[in-house]
Design a protein around this ligand. Structure first.
Ligand code: NAD
Length: 280
């Protein structure tokens, strides 16, 4: 598994398994078992996915040692303050049956994130989190965060796929040495990116699936990917992307199919951010 070096010297496996919308303990257990068997060591969850406890159990029951795993979780928007962030983190740790996280992210740039970041920094400085980062932050959010941050985020996890390539934000993150992690790397299975004719042609040329070509394209952009699947054969397919390389020409052809088309979750949707902060 390829590793990327983060700005704090830690490394992250460049490909992991996302578990958003896995809402069944048995599905999660099967997916994790299949993933571990195929060589996945990196798992991405969040408090709001309501499956941390299932993931924790599945990992605890595996024979892979904790230090060989890479676990990410995220603090939800309803945890608004310093104290609430600390409490939410400890709740996640408990559910995940671990005493540290490899990566902990602020899930969305909802109001009060500078204060939440201060809590993340304290957890990081106490050695409870190996790396801290953000998710769904655009340039203005990041600029505001950096006015008070003492620790620079290691990662920004943002929607990214061939129809929403995030070229500008990628450049900005690169200039700050913040790693770009893609959520929805396959267009969440709901955009028609998997049928794109350019991608289909490239996939045929390499005898790979379109999903594999997309994941390979992310990897060659030095982006971290966490594709989600609960199907053993897709889980296997999605990690089988380290044995071929896209040419510069193929990378350019894919760069040209960008539609700047967001699939879901706009970080500038103030109403969504406000509603998601509800403590109910
Ligand atoms: P994704 O792009 O990984 O798409 C997953 C879907 O693609 C699957 O449900 C399936 O329908 C399809 N798929 C998977 N493998 C395939 C294959 N080999 N061939 C054909 N189809 C395939 O979307 P996602 O799950 O939304 O994103 C990945 C992960 O990112 C999530 O599970 C979660 O961990 C994270 N995420 C984070 C945020 C955030 O706000 N930070 C938001 C969404 C997702």
């Amino acid at each position: 598994m390829e590793q990327l070096k983060l700005n704090n010297g830690q490394t992250i496996p460049q490909l992991g398994l996302g578990v958003f919308k896995v809402q069944d303990a048995a599905d999660l257990k099967r997916s994790v078992a299949a993933a571990l068997k195929e060589g996945y060591r990196h798992f991405d969850t969040a408090a709001i996915y309501h499956n941390e406890a299932w993931l924790g159990k599945a990992l605890a029951e595996s024979d892979v040692k904790r230090e060989d795993l890479y676990i990410t979780s995220k603090v939800w928007n309803s945890n608004r303050t310093y104290d609430e962030t600390i409490a939410a983190f400890h709740e996640s740790l408990k559910k995940l049956q671990t005493d540290y996280l490899d990566l902990y992210l602020i899930h969305w740039p909802s109001e009060g994130y500078n204060e939440k970041w201060r809590a993340m920094e304290d957890l990081y400085n106490d050695g409870l989190i190996k790396s801290i980062g953000i998710s769904n932050f655009e340039k203005p959010h990041l600029e505001k965060l950096l006015t008070t941050a003492k620790v620079k985020p290691a990662v920004n996890q943002i929607e990214t796929h061939p129809y929403f390539q995030q070229k500008e934000l990628n450049k900005y993150l690169r200039s700050l040495d913040i790693a770009h992690e893609a959520w929805g790397p396959l267009g969440q299975g709901k955009s028609n990116v998997l049928d794109d004719p350019t991608l289909v042609k490239i996939a045929e040329a390499h005898n790979k699936s379109v999903a594999q070509v997309i994941l390979r394209w992310h990897l060659q952009r030095e982006i971290i990917v966490i594709p989600k699947s609960v199907h053993a054969e897709r889980i296997a397919q999605n990690i089988n992307v380290f044995d071929f390389t896209l040419t510069d020409e193929e990378m350019s052809l894919i760069a040209a199919i960008d539609k700047n088309q967001r699939g879901s979750g706009d970080p500038n949707d103030e109403e969504f951010l406000k509603n998601s902060m509800s403590r109910d």
